[in-house]
Write a protein that binds this ligand. Sequence first.
Ligand SMILES: Cc1cc2nc3c(=O)[nH]c(=O)nc-3n(C[C@H](O)[C@H](O)[C@H](O)COP(=O)(O)OP(=O)(O)OC[C@H]3O[C@@H](n4cnc5c(N)ncnc54)[C@H](O)[C@@H]3O)c2cc1C
Length: 463
Amino acid sequence: MNTTESLYEELRQSLKDHQISNNETLIEQHSHDESYHHPSAPDLIVFPESTADVEAVVKIANAYDKPVVPYGLGTSLEGHIIPYDHGITIDFSQMDRVLEVRENDFLVKVQPGVTRSQLNKELKKYGLFFSVDPGADATLGGMAATNASGTTSVKYGVMRDQVRDLEIVLADGEVIHTGNLAQKSSSGYNLNSLFVGSEGTLGCITELTLRVYGIPEHVTAARASFPTVDDAVEAVVSILQAGVPIARVELVDEPSMKQANLFSETHYKEQPTLFLEFHGNEPGLKHDVEFTQEIVQDHQCEEIYFEDDNAARNQLWEARHNLAHAFVHGHPGKKLMVTDVCVPISELAGAIKHAREKVNELALNGGIVGHVGDGNYHILLMMDMEDPEELNKSEQLNEQIVEYALARGGTCTGEHGVGIGKMKYQEKEHGSALHVMEKIKRALDPNGRFNPYKLVHQREENE
Ligand SMILES: Cc1cc2nc3c(=O)[nH]c(=O)nc-3n(C[C@H](O)[C@H](O)[C@H](O)COP(=O)(O)OP(=O)(O)OC[C@H]3O[C@@H](n4cnc5c(N)ncnc54)[C@H](O)[C@@H]3O)c2cc1C
């Protein structure tokens, strides 16, 4: 019996047969994410149904010196879930229960495999919603592990702002809670913040307590078209500087509008566009909308179109959320690379201008979209993996975009995370603080058990 076979047998002592798999199709599915990063297969996949199952798997992985990669839905974009050292992938899809809705506390307790749309469907019954909405219908465990954000973060904050408590299985199999149910706390180090964004490198999240919000009384969405991307970005800066409590403000450039129309069968004007949304009560909303209209007109807005009814609003946001898929669909056989820098808002217009110049200089085919209210924007590039020149130029572009952002006090990743793809920028971005992160990793996971070769740590043989 080889090691993988005996590992399989050992896992069968703690889990049911249907919870362990080496099925070829499943192994292939768990060997890659949605990006261009090279795949690598796990030896086995396990599907825990409880915290006790996760504890058992981690202890067995320790006994067999096998790495463990936590897996939500595999929608990450920087190779986060690719098991470069093989071992066990823990797929959380069977831990998918909404455990408790504390409507008076605006809190919800969930298992990590619950997806954001599943949660929102449940919360709707209580007049509540969960605010963070990355483009993919990701799991809440994966979203916490990457500190995900989305179109509404300009108003409600990112994943880190929503987490009150996490249950974590640590590398030695111990189970801890990182927070509590209170609205605020000055007690001890902030472990919620440490584990949010840790990308499965410090432990497995087995339960989350999250903040939720009342569904706003009124919602209005709008599409505003501009002659240039610069005009659109400058309008956003003015809206934010004027203190308009905008709930969503997204930039979609001309090539991306074309792609959105093709994929979503919409007929939106193919010009640089802002997708906007306002939440509030009727009089407040009316004031915000009028004020915004005045501001965008000062920035050469050519047309602003309001979507008040539910169906049109959903179509608008679906078109926005589907943009990455629209690019993938429009370029069969190619792989997606998405840049993800975030800069201080005063640097945003310059950053996007620089990005467009670099895309043109390198003669690449890319669309620019962004959560511009946060200073976060993406270039969506479709790469032919068989074309070394195109690959090289895309890498070059990514690097130039990151360098530009870092030189202006920004970050190499606003929301997608480090994974394998952004490791090379960590020293430059964090300096000696990276060594503190490495020490934290070694203290919590001395054998490099969790998600090796990601974020900070290279797993050495028999370390
Ligand atoms: C079309 C598209 C659009 C996207 N748009 C956005 C966007 O707007 N904003 C954004 O932030 N991201 C976006 N993303 C990236 C991705 O959706 C997010 O990073 C998301 O949070 C990943 O969730 P997941 O459930 O797929 O996790 P996975 O990809 O499975 O895992 C992500 C990371 O979390 C770790 N992990 C997963 N579950 C656990 C757990 N229970 N315990 C510990 N660690 C765990 C994994 O080890 C891995 O490091 C987009 C991706 C796509 C494909």
